[in-house]
Design a protein. Structure first.
Length: 95
């Protein structure tokens, strides 16, 4: 499964998507808040691991697959398991 946050709700690319201003940067506060609210509304904790996974997704300049993302997270010494990553990506798709 390849993912990107660089698409709008209709599935078309957002203007400036790709190597644009989000590449390599942290998630904008509205994105983090939306994800945090999603977890809060579902009675789930918004853990440090989930926040770091979201941050890494936001740093992505292009599409990625879960294993590529897992490798980047491990290189950053984030203590998130593969299972946490896959579950968090599923939540991110639904949020």
């Amino acid at each position: 499964m390849r993912m990107s946050l660089n698409k709008n709700e209709t599935g078309t690319a957002k203007p400036g998507a790709g190597a644009g201003p989000r590449a390599g940067k942290a998630c904008p506060d509205p994105e983090v808040e939306r994800f945090r609210r999603y977890f809060q509304d579902g009675g789930l904790p918004f853990t440090e691991q989930r926040r770091r996974i979201l941050e890494e997704v936001c740093r992505s300049a292009s599409h990625f697959n879960a294993e590529e993302l897992y490798g980047r997270i491990r290189r950053r010494k984030t203590s998130a398991s593969r299972a946490t990553l896959y579950r968090t990506l599923g939540h991110l798709e639904r949020a």
